[in-house]
Design a binder for this molecule. Structure first.
Ligand code: ZN
Length: 226
């Protein structure tokens, strides 16, 4: 028997977290999943019918975010493009560890709307909230976020930091591919399958995954000014 879920802030009934179909195509280098998962992005968050809170799972929001949800800043937030608005609202009220992911998803909304300027802006926000990467995968994603934000010098600096670390072949290939793109001044979207060919491996699903580790003032934090 499953219990009915309610919004953690106002008690209104809410749906369970959306489960997207598994991807059948390679993800991007920032681990945005391929189709058919990719185009379900708008459904990854829900808006509470009672209080307007936004989250992938409204029943799990931190209670203290109720004040933010009632604030003018929250209610008056309308993003460009409009599809990014729920993700930015979630970024305002989520736990710190989920914030970078919310901004990155806002950037994906901007990508889909062909709004490059907004996409770069949200990627910069994602990078600023990334925190210390908790492993090679998180570091490689951050490098892609920086590159696509147009922060090429910082992206290359981050790539240099992890270049000496021990890593698996797959990560080495992705890092090599990233550095070649950075050297070319390329800020476009690329797929993991391009970095890993041959053979393209099936990817992790980024949905719902925490990005950075706990917030630390380490080298990465200083580099990103977060
Ligand atoms: Zn609510």
């Amino acid at each position: 028997m499953s219990q009915a879920l309610v919004c953690a802030l106002c008690g209104t009934a809410c749906p369970p977290r959306f489960r997207p179909p598994p991807p059948e195509i390679s993800p991007d280098l920032d681990l945005r999943p391929g189709e058919p998962t990719r185009s379900t992005l708008a459904r990854w968050v829900d808006t509470c019918a009672g209080c307007g809170a936004v989250a992938p799972d409204l029943s799990q929001l931190p209670r203290e975010s109720v004040e933010i949800v009632e604030s003018e800043g929250y209610l008056d937030l309308y993003a460009r493009p409009e599809t990014a608005t729920p993700f930015l609202r979630y970024a305002m009220i989520c736990r710190e560890g989920d914030r970078a992911g919310a901004y990155l998803q806002a950037a994906w909304c901007a990508d889909d709307a062909d709004d490059d300027e907004a996409a770069r802006h949200y990627r910069r926000e994602a990078a600023a909230h990334w925190g210390e990467p908790d492993g090679i995968e998180s570091a490689l994603r951050l490098i892609d976020v920086l590159r696509r934000a147009g922060m090429l010098a910082t992206a290359e600096e981050c790539a240099g930091v992890i270049a000496g670390d021990a890593m698996d072949e797959r990560s080495e290939a992705v890092l090599r591919y990233q550095r070649a793109r950075i050297a070319e001044g390329d800020t476009a979207r690329h797929m993991m399958s391009s970095a890993l060919r041959p053979p393209a491996r099936m990817p992790h699903v980024a949905h719902g995954k925490q990005l950075g580790g706990p917030k630390k003032k380490g080298f990465w934090g200083k580099l990103l000014g977060s």
